[in-house]
Design a protein around this ligand. Structure first.
Ligand code: NAI
Ligand code: MG
Length: 367
């Protein structure tokens, strides 16, 4: 088998800073576990705009289509706020998602024991929490036509359209059921079938897909109730399946159950490639954090855990993914904290690179 390929796109702000730490982890797996990757690096977002006048160069896009997985840092920042919408850094990320057709966005919300006190919810509500939100990513109201701001009579009207085809719902539902098979075999699908036709169709199609997965229990919930349940009793869920807009909101809500934005990884998966693995983009949930850029304060764990997801979903290395997650857990259990994770009295924060080094030390302890 040829060496698996990985395209790294550090991006803007703290993206390059956290990616330095991920490179240490990648090198560790190459040296100590003989897990070698053909790693290439390129520009995205504002960094690409500065170099090429576009937030994603066509050549970078072509490379992303060829590799086994893409790992991205973050894009955007105040420097680019006044750019035209068509060349904004975020457009680079949107193009990657759209052109690679990454329709299933996976966002785990997992509570590391050492951080259970850090949640805004009571410890027993979140301790041991391990849920996965599967958000449809390439369709729905963010893409539906017609859209725009139009003149209507003597005022303007802003229009967006929620639009889902059966096949769009079916493929993301399959992703959710496949995941549930490897987890606790429960899928809760969230929409607003009470007031939206797209929700009625969503419910119909997910129910139909579920007949192919008799060992997975499917339930349906209105998304507003889902939001309540997520903060009331999140451990009732295993996999939550939802559309683009509700998923955007619900996954941010679920994220905060477990503490800091600096801890949260994500994966965006598309259709299987020739080798059977899905097209895939891995990235931390957080943005470019301009308020702490260049200060050595960024928590690299979200990006490190995104690489763990890549090990699991793109490189068939689930055991090594668990090894990496275990190392992160051990570091946190030791009380090592970047500034965003500070809560306890008398703990002083470590820097971005110290956190990366601590993860490497914990990895060393696993062999
Ligand atoms: P943000 O996620 O960059 O920051 C929100 C807050 O969380 C900030 O106080 C930041 O310091 C903190 N934070 C985020 N990641 C952290 C980490 N790893 N360690 C420690 N603290 C961390 O969101 P914000 O401020 O709304 O957006 C900043 C820029 O990032 C904007 O240009 C926005 O468009 C872009 N953005 C990009 C995303 C992406 O590339 N996927 C996602 C979200 C925002
Ligand atoms: Mg969001």
């Amino acid at each position: 088998m040829s060496t698996p390929s990985l395209l790294i796109l550090p991006g803007d702000g703290i993206g390059p800073e956290v990616m330095v730490e991920v490179r240490k982890v990648i090198d560790w797996f190459g040296a100590k576990r003989d897990l070698k990757f053909e790693v290439s690096e390129d520009l995205v977002g504002g960094a690409a705009y500065d170099a090429h006048g576009a937030p994603l160069h066509d050549e970078t896009m072509a490379k992303a289509q060829e590799v086994d997985a893409v790992l991205l840092g973050a894009v955007g920042g105040p420097k680019y706020d006044d750019l035209d919408f068509s060349v904004k850094p975020e457009r680079g990320l949107l193009r990657l998602r759209k052109d690679m057709d990454l329709y299933a966005n996976l966002r785990p919300a997992q509570c590391f024991d050492a951080l259970a006190d850090f949640s805004s919810l009571k410890k027993d509500v979140v301790a041991g929490l391990d849920i996965m939100i599967v958000r449809e990513l390439t369709s729905g109201v963010y893409f539906g036509e017609p859209r725009g701001i139009f003149e209507e009579g003597n005022e303007r009207v802003g229009i967006n359209t929620q639009r889902y085809t059966e096949s769009e719902i079916e493929r993301v539902a399959r992703s959710a059921f496949e995941l549930a098979m490897r987890r606790n075999r429960k899928v809760c699908s969230m929409e607003k079938a009470n007031v939206m036709e797209s929700g009625i169709l969503w419910r119909e199609v997910t129910t139909r897909v579920s007949s192919d997965y008799p060992n997975v229990e499917l339930s349906h919930m209105y998304a507003d109730n889902g939001a309540m349940q997520l903060v009331r009793a999140p451990k009732q869920f295993d996999v939550i399946l939802t559309d683009n807009l509700f998923g955007d909101i619900l996954s941010d809500c679920a994220a905060m159950l477990t503490g800091s934005l600096g801890m949260l990884p994500s994966a965006s998966l598309g259709a299987p490639m020739a080798n059977g693995r899905p097209k895939a983009l891995y990235e931390p949930v957080h943005g470019s954090a301009p308020d702490i850029t260049g200060q050595g304060k960024a928590n690299p764990i979200a990006c490190i855990l995104s690489f763990a997801m890549a090990l699991r979903y793109s490189f068939d290395a689930g055991e090594d993914a668990a090894r990496l997650e275990g190392a992160v857990n051990a570091v946190l259990a030791d009380g090592i904290r970047t500034a965003d994770l500070l809560g306890e009295e008398g703990v002083s924060p470590v820097s971005t690179s110290e956190m990366g080094d601590a993860v490497i030390t914990a990895l060393d302890a696993t062999i």
